[in-house]
Design a protein around this ligand. Structure first.
Ligand SMILES: NC(=O)c1ccc[n+]([C@@H]2O[C@H](COP(=O)([O-])OP(=O)(O)OC[C@H]3O[C@@H](n4cnc5c(N)ncnc54)[C@H](OP(=O)(O)O)[C@@H]3O)[C@@H](O)[C@H]2O)c1
Length: 272
Protein backbone atom coordinates (compact mmCIF):
# COMPACT_ATOMS: atom_id res chain seq x y z
CA UNK A 1 0.00 0.00 0.00
CA UNK A 2 2.67 2.55 0.97
CA UNK A 3 5.08 1.25 -1.68
CA UNK A 4 2.52 2.00 -4.41
CA UNK A 5 1.98 5.52 -3.05
CA UNK A 6 5.73 6.14 -3.01
CA UNK A 7 6.06 4.99 -6.61
CA UNK A 8 3.18 7.26 -7.63
CA UNK A 9 4.32 10.38 -5.74
CA UNK A 10 8.09 10.15 -6.32
CA UNK A 11 8.29 11.67 -9.77
CA UNK A 12 11.40 13.87 -9.67
CA UNK A 13 14.15 11.30 -9.05
CA UNK A 14 15.10 7.98 -10.60
CA UNK A 15 13.20 5.38 -8.58
CA UNK A 16 13.18 1.57 -8.65
CA UNK A 17 10.28 -0.15 -6.89
CA UNK A 18 10.83 -3.74 -5.77
CA UNK A 19 8.36 -6.27 -4.35
CA UNK A 20 9.10 -9.62 -2.77
CA UNK A 21 9.21 -11.30 -6.20
CA UNK A 22 12.22 -9.16 -7.21
CA UNK A 23 13.95 -8.90 -3.84
CA UNK A 24 12.96 -11.04 -0.86
CA UNK A 25 14.47 -9.17 2.08
CA UNK A 26 15.12 -12.50 3.86
CA UNK A 27 17.77 -13.22 1.20
CA UNK A 28 21.02 -11.21 1.58
CA UNK A 29 22.04 -12.26 -1.96
CA UNK A 30 18.85 -10.89 -3.50
CA UNK A 31 19.24 -7.64 -1.56
CA UNK A 32 22.88 -7.24 -2.60
CA UNK A 33 21.80 -7.65 -6.26
CA UNK A 34 18.95 -5.16 -5.77
CA UNK A 35 21.35 -2.45 -4.56
CA UNK A 36 24.15 -3.25 -7.02
CA UNK A 37 23.52 0.04 -8.85
CA UNK A 38 24.47 1.98 -5.68
CA UNK A 39 21.30 3.93 -4.91
CA UNK A 40 21.59 7.15 -2.95
CA UNK A 41 18.67 6.13 -0.71
CA UNK A 42 16.94 2.86 0.15
CA UNK A 43 13.41 3.23 1.53
CA UNK A 44 12.38 0.00 3.27
CA UNK A 45 8.60 -0.14 3.38
CA UNK A 46 8.31 -3.92 2.96
CA UNK A 47 7.17 -5.86 6.01
CA UNK A 48 5.02 -8.76 7.17
CA UNK A 49 2.16 -6.45 8.22
CA UNK A 50 -0.51 -8.96 9.27
CA UNK A 51 -0.54 -8.09 12.99
CA UNK A 52 -2.61 -11.13 14.01
CA UNK A 53 -0.67 -13.35 11.59
CA UNK A 54 2.58 -12.29 13.31
CA UNK A 55 1.15 -13.47 16.64
CA UNK A 56 0.61 -17.00 15.31
CA UNK A 57 3.78 -17.01 13.15
CA UNK A 58 6.47 -15.22 15.19
CA UNK A 59 9.30 -16.91 13.25
CA UNK A 60 8.10 -15.33 10.00
CA UNK A 61 7.65 -11.95 11.75
CA UNK A 62 11.25 -12.07 13.00
CA UNK A 63 12.61 -13.36 9.66
CA UNK A 64 10.96 -10.62 7.57
CA UNK A 65 10.52 -7.66 9.89
CA UNK A 66 13.73 -7.95 11.93
CA UNK A 67 16.30 -10.04 10.05
CA UNK A 68 15.02 -8.79 6.67
CA UNK A 69 15.51 -5.21 7.83
CA UNK A 70 18.99 -6.07 9.12
CA UNK A 71 19.85 -7.59 5.72
CA UNK A 72 18.80 -4.37 4.00
CA UNK A 73 20.72 -2.23 6.52
CA UNK A 74 23.90 -4.27 5.89
CA UNK A 75 23.46 -3.90 2.13
CA UNK A 76 22.94 -0.15 2.59
CA UNK A 77 26.14 0.05 4.65
CA UNK A 78 28.11 -1.91 2.03
CA UNK A 79 26.84 0.20 -0.86
CA UNK A 80 27.08 3.49 1.11
CA UNK A 81 23.35 4.13 0.58
CA UNK A 82 21.30 6.06 3.12
CA UNK A 83 18.47 4.04 4.67
CA UNK A 84 14.96 5.15 5.57
CA UNK A 85 13.09 2.41 7.44
CA UNK A 86 9.33 2.53 7.93
CA UNK A 87 8.27 1.58 11.44
CA UNK A 88 5.14 1.70 13.52
CA UNK A 89 3.25 3.12 16.50
CA UNK A 90 3.05 -0.53 17.67
CA UNK A 91 6.59 -0.26 19.11
CA UNK A 92 4.80 1.42 22.08
CA UNK A 93 2.48 -0.14 24.66
CA UNK A 94 -0.24 2.53 24.39
CA UNK A 95 -0.30 3.22 28.13
CA UNK A 96 0.48 6.94 27.81
CA UNK A 97 -2.25 9.52 27.45
CA UNK A 98 -0.14 12.19 25.78
CA UNK A 99 1.43 11.82 22.31
CA UNK A 100 4.47 9.54 22.05
CA UNK A 101 7.70 11.38 21.36
CA UNK A 102 10.40 9.91 19.11
CA UNK A 103 12.70 9.24 22.08
CA UNK A 104 10.10 7.53 24.30
CA UNK A 105 11.13 4.00 25.33
CA UNK A 106 9.96 1.16 23.11
CA UNK A 107 7.62 -1.29 24.87
CA UNK A 108 5.80 -3.41 22.28
CA UNK A 109 2.85 -5.53 23.43
CA UNK A 110 2.56 -7.85 20.44
CA UNK A 111 4.84 -9.89 18.17
CA UNK A 112 4.54 -7.52 15.21
CA UNK A 113 5.50 -4.52 17.38
CA UNK A 114 8.43 -6.43 18.88
CA UNK A 115 9.69 -7.48 15.44
CA UNK A 116 9.69 -3.83 14.30
CA UNK A 117 11.16 -2.52 17.59
CA UNK A 118 13.98 -5.09 17.32
CA UNK A 119 14.57 -3.98 13.72
CA UNK A 120 14.81 -0.32 14.79
CA UNK A 121 17.43 -1.10 17.45
CA UNK A 122 19.51 -3.31 15.14
CA UNK A 123 19.36 -0.83 12.25
CA UNK A 124 20.53 2.03 14.48
CA UNK A 125 23.35 -0.21 15.74
CA UNK A 126 24.52 -0.88 12.18
CA UNK A 127 23.73 2.53 10.70
CA UNK A 128 23.56 5.25 13.37
CA UNK A 129 22.62 7.81 10.69
CA UNK A 130 19.65 5.82 9.36
CA UNK A 131 16.23 7.49 9.37
CA UNK A 132 13.41 5.59 11.07
CA UNK A 133 9.95 6.88 10.19
CA UNK A 134 7.21 5.65 12.52
CA UNK A 135 3.67 5.97 11.25
CA UNK A 136 0.23 4.67 12.24
CA UNK A 137 -3.21 3.54 11.02
CA UNK A 138 -2.22 3.62 7.33
CA UNK A 139 -4.88 3.71 4.65
CA UNK A 140 -4.70 4.21 0.91
CA UNK A 141 -6.05 3.06 -2.44
CA UNK A 142 -5.14 -0.42 -3.62
CA UNK A 143 -4.52 -1.88 -0.19
CA UNK A 144 -6.37 -3.77 2.52
CA UNK A 145 -7.14 -0.97 4.96
CA UNK A 146 -9.75 0.15 7.48
CA UNK A 147 -11.74 2.58 5.26
CA UNK A 148 -11.96 -0.05 2.51
CA UNK A 149 -13.25 -2.63 5.02
CA UNK A 150 -15.83 -0.19 6.42
CA UNK A 151 -17.05 0.78 2.93
CA UNK A 152 -17.40 -2.89 1.93
CA UNK A 153 -19.32 -3.68 5.13
CA UNK A 154 -21.48 -0.56 4.78
CA UNK A 155 -22.50 -1.69 1.27
CA UNK A 156 -24.23 -4.74 2.78
CA UNK A 157 -25.17 -3.86 6.35
CA UNK A 158 -27.42 -1.14 7.79
CA UNK A 159 -25.51 -1.12 11.11
CA UNK A 160 -21.87 -1.80 12.07
CA UNK A 161 -20.22 -2.09 15.51
CA UNK A 162 -16.77 -0.45 15.73
CA UNK A 163 -14.43 -0.22 18.72
CA UNK A 164 -14.29 3.12 20.49
CA UNK A 165 -11.55 2.43 23.05
CA UNK A 166 -8.44 2.58 20.85
CA UNK A 167 -7.21 6.01 19.76
CA UNK A 168 -4.67 6.88 17.09
CA UNK A 169 -3.85 8.96 14.02
CA UNK A 170 -5.15 7.74 10.65
CA UNK A 171 -2.52 8.36 7.97
CA UNK A 172 -3.11 8.58 4.22
CA UNK A 173 -0.38 6.77 2.27
CA UNK A 174 -0.01 9.54 -0.34
CA UNK A 175 0.57 12.15 2.39
CA UNK A 176 3.09 9.90 4.11
CA UNK A 177 4.84 9.30 0.78
CA UNK A 178 5.17 13.07 0.28
CA UNK A 179 6.65 13.43 3.78
CA UNK A 180 9.12 10.57 3.15
CA UNK A 181 10.30 12.20 -0.09
CA UNK A 182 10.85 15.48 1.76
CA UNK A 183 12.72 13.70 4.57
CA UNK A 184 15.08 12.06 2.04
CA UNK A 185 15.69 15.41 0.34
CA UNK A 186 16.47 16.92 3.76
CA UNK A 187 18.94 14.12 4.57
CA UNK A 188 16.89 13.14 7.63
CA UNK A 189 18.51 11.04 10.38
CA UNK A 190 17.24 9.37 13.53
CA UNK A 191 13.65 8.65 14.55
CA UNK A 192 10.86 10.75 13.03
CA UNK A 193 7.12 10.37 13.71
CA UNK A 194 5.00 11.00 10.62
CA UNK A 195 1.20 10.75 10.71
CA UNK A 196 -1.67 12.90 9.56
CA UNK A 197 -2.78 15.36 12.21
CA UNK A 198 -5.75 14.82 14.52
CA UNK A 199 -6.70 11.94 16.79
CA UNK A 200 -9.72 9.65 16.73
CA UNK A 201 -11.00 6.22 17.73
CA UNK A 202 -11.77 3.55 15.13
CA UNK A 203 -15.49 4.31 15.79
CA UNK A 204 -14.96 8.01 15.01
CA UNK A 205 -12.89 7.10 11.94
CA UNK A 206 -15.65 4.79 10.65
CA UNK A 207 -18.35 7.41 11.35
CA UNK A 208 -16.44 10.02 9.32
CA UNK A 209 -15.90 7.60 6.40
CA UNK A 210 -19.61 6.75 6.23
CA UNK A 211 -20.63 10.40 6.58
CA UNK A 212 -18.20 11.64 3.88
CA UNK A 213 -19.39 8.85 1.53
CA UNK A 214 -23.01 9.97 2.14
CA UNK A 215 -24.16 6.56 3.43
CA UNK A 216 -26.98 5.95 5.93
CA UNK A 217 -25.21 3.06 7.69
CA UNK A 218 -25.38 3.46 11.47
CA UNK A 219 -22.05 3.03 13.28
CA UNK A 220 -22.33 1.83 16.89
CA UNK A 221 -19.47 2.31 19.37
CA UNK A 222 -18.29 -0.84 21.10
CA UNK A 223 -15.30 -2.03 23.15
CA UNK A 224 -12.23 -4.12 22.28
CA UNK A 225 -13.26 -6.90 24.66
CA UNK A 226 -16.20 -7.60 22.30
CA UNK A 227 -13.71 -8.15 19.40
CA UNK A 228 -10.99 -10.33 20.88
CA UNK A 229 -8.14 -10.88 18.41
CA UNK A 230 -4.88 -12.87 18.61
CA UNK A 231 -2.67 -9.76 19.00
CA UNK A 232 -3.16 -7.13 21.72
CA UNK A 233 -3.50 -3.56 20.40
CA UNK A 234 -2.25 -0.40 22.14
CA UNK A 235 -5.21 1.61 23.44
CA UNK A 236 -3.48 4.95 22.74
CA UNK A 237 -1.02 5.18 19.88
CA UNK A 238 -0.85 8.86 19.08
CA UNK A 239 2.55 9.94 17.73
CA UNK A 240 3.77 13.47 18.43
CA UNK A 241 4.45 15.68 15.38
CA UNK A 242 7.44 17.41 17.04
CA UNK A 243 10.14 15.33 15.30
CA UNK A 244 8.55 15.96 11.88
CA UNK A 245 8.13 19.69 12.53
CA UNK A 246 11.92 19.94 12.90
CA UNK A 247 12.10 19.31 9.14
CA UNK A 248 9.48 21.98 8.47
CA UNK A 249 6.88 19.35 7.50
CA UNK A 250 3.27 19.72 8.63
CA UNK A 251 0.81 17.06 7.52
CA UNK A 252 -2.90 17.65 6.89
CA UNK A 253 -5.67 16.73 9.30
CA UNK A 254 -6.80 13.13 8.60
CA UNK A 255 -10.40 14.22 7.82
CA UNK A 256 -9.10 16.41 4.97
CA UNK A 257 -7.45 13.40 3.32
CA UNK A 258 -10.61 11.28 3.08
CA UNK A 259 -12.06 12.97 -0.05
CA UNK A 260 -8.75 12.23 -1.85
CA UNK A 261 -8.82 8.63 -0.68
CA UNK A 262 -12.45 8.14 -1.74
CA UNK A 263 -11.75 9.64 -5.19
CA UNK A 264 -8.66 7.45 -5.76
CA UNK A 265 -10.52 4.36 -4.55
CA UNK A 266 -13.39 5.09 -6.95
CA UNK A 267 -10.92 5.43 -9.84
CA UNK A 268 -9.41 2.04 -9.05
CA UNK A 269 -12.85 0.42 -8.76
CA UNK A 270 -13.82 1.82 -12.18
CA UNK A 271 -10.68 0.32 -13.76
CA UNK A 272 -11.13 -3.14 -12.18
N1 LIG B 1 -0.65 -0.66 7.56
C1 LIG B 1 -0.52 0.06 8.66
O1 LIG B 1 -1.52 0.44 9.30
C2 LIG B 1 0.85 0.43 9.17
C3 LIG B 1 0.94 1.19 10.34
C4 LIG B 1 2.21 1.56 10.80
C5 LIG B 1 3.33 1.18 10.11
N2 LIG B 1 3.21 0.41 8.99
C6 LIG B 1 4.43 0.03 8.28
O2 LIG B 1 4.40 0.68 7.03
C7 LIG B 1 5.03 -0.12 6.04
C8 LIG B 1 4.12 -0.25 4.85
O3 LIG B 1 2.92 -0.89 5.27
P1 LIG B 1 1.78 -1.28 4.22
O4 LIG B 1 0.51 -1.29 4.97
O5 LIG B 1 1.96 -0.46 2.98
O6 LIG B 1 2.19 -2.79 3.91
P2 LIG B 1 1.53 -3.81 2.89
O7 LIG B 1 0.48 -3.17 2.07
O8 LIG B 1 1.17 -5.03 3.69
O9 LIG B 1 2.75 -4.15 1.96
C9 LIG B 1 3.85 -4.83 2.47
C10 LIG B 1 4.76 -5.12 1.34
O10 LIG B 1 5.87 -5.84 1.90
C11 LIG B 1 6.31 -6.73 0.91
N3 LIG B 1 6.95 -7.88 1.53
C12 LIG B 1 6.44 -8.74 2.45
N4 LIG B 1 7.35 -9.69 2.74
C13 LIG B 1 8.46 -9.41 2.00
C14 LIG B 1 9.72 -10.00 1.86
N5 LIG B 1 10.06 -11.11 2.54
N6 LIG B 1 10.62 -9.44 1.01
C15 LIG B 1 10.29 -8.34 0.29
N7 LIG B 1 9.10 -7.73 0.38
C16 LIG B 1 8.19 -8.25 1.23
C17 LIG B 1 5.08 -7.17 0.15
O11 LIG B 1 5.52 -7.37 -1.18
P3 LIG B 1 4.74 -8.34 -2.20
O12 LIG B 1 3.38 -7.80 -2.31
O13 LIG B 1 5.55 -8.26 -3.42
O14 LIG B 1 4.78 -9.70 -1.53
C18 LIG B 1 4.15 -5.97 0.25
O15 LIG B 1 4.14 -5.24 -0.93
C19 LIG B 1 5.41 -1.42 6.72
O16 LIG B 1 6.77 -1.38 7.06
C20 LIG B 1 4.56 -1.44 7.98
O17 LIG B 1 5.19 -2.16 9.02
C21 LIG B 1 2.00 0.04 8.50
Amino acid sequence: MLGKALMRQWTEDEITGLGSAQADIRSPDQIDKAVADNPEWIVLSAAYTDVDGCETNPMLAAAVNTQGAVNVAKAAANSRAKLLFISTDYVFDGKKNTPYEADDARAPINVYGKSKADAEEKILGLLPDACIVRTSWLFGPGGKCFPDTILKLAANRPEIDVVNDQRGCPTYTFDLADAIIRLCRAGAKGIVHSTNRGVCSWYEFASEIVQQRGLNTIIHPTTSDRFVRPAARPTYSVLSAASLSRYGIKMRNWQETLPDYLRERDKLLQVS
